[in-house]
Design a protein around this ligand. Sequence first.
Ligand SMILES: Cc1cc2nc3c(=O)[nH]c(=O)nc-3n(C[C@H](O)[C@H](O)[C@H](O)COP(=O)(O)O)c2cc1C
Length: 221
Amino acid sequence: MDRVFDGFVVGLVLAKRFRLIDNQGRNRIVLGVTGASGSIYGARLLRHLRALSCEIHLVASSTAEKVCRFEGHPLPQNVPTGSDGLAGSVIRHAEGDFFAPPASGSFRHRGMVIAPCSAGTVGRIAAGTADTLLLRAADVCLKERRPLIVLLRETPLSRIHLKNLLEITEAGAIVVPASPGFYHKPSGIEELVDGVLARVLDLLGFPSEIAPRWKDCPGHD
Ligand SMILES: Cc1cc2nc3c(=O)[nH]c(=O)nc-3n(C[C@H](O)[C@H](O)[C@H](O)COP(=O)(O)O)c2cc1C
């Protein structure tokens, strides 16, 4: 009897480990990437989410493709589980594919992050155009009351930007400006970027420690 029970527990652990059981889509994230500068935010977030064993549904705008390449962080196509030693996987969807899972409210996932997000995409979300897969997926998050985290990269901000940011905030989105802190004394761009991404992972409820918390910062007593 003990051996049967042990076998059941081992089976359950393995099934969870390889994500055969995830009825709520808790390990699924929709990642949108736009043509704002700061493609490193999307690239590093993708890596952190893969390290957390996530199934990432990647949706990029056509400008994102060009800006990511220009900034040295080209977007990946499909990435299988286990590649580069990371458990998570990437499923890439085409910009105009409204038949892809993230276009539907019945597709369960933990939330969507748009990183980096342009001011133009914020405006289109605010207007509810839903005329690309990225915009439709964001629209779906708002209507389904799922987390939508918008990592905005633009400066300075016009009145139109500020109004659109208020509009999407009132609709349920969380705006995270790509505005890193310095109190953790980052030693390079990656640590600077991770300071912002740590807040994004916190908002998604992941148990991640990619940047020191305030109490662990050098100089804090
Ligand atoms: C190199 C480069 C950097 C850009 N940086 C920004 C930016 O930081 N923020 C922004 O809102 N738009 C930026 N843009 C402009 C957007 O790419 C442009 O408004 C585009 O229409 C955004 O469309 P999308 O949101 O569908 O990707 C940049 C464009 C280029 C070519």
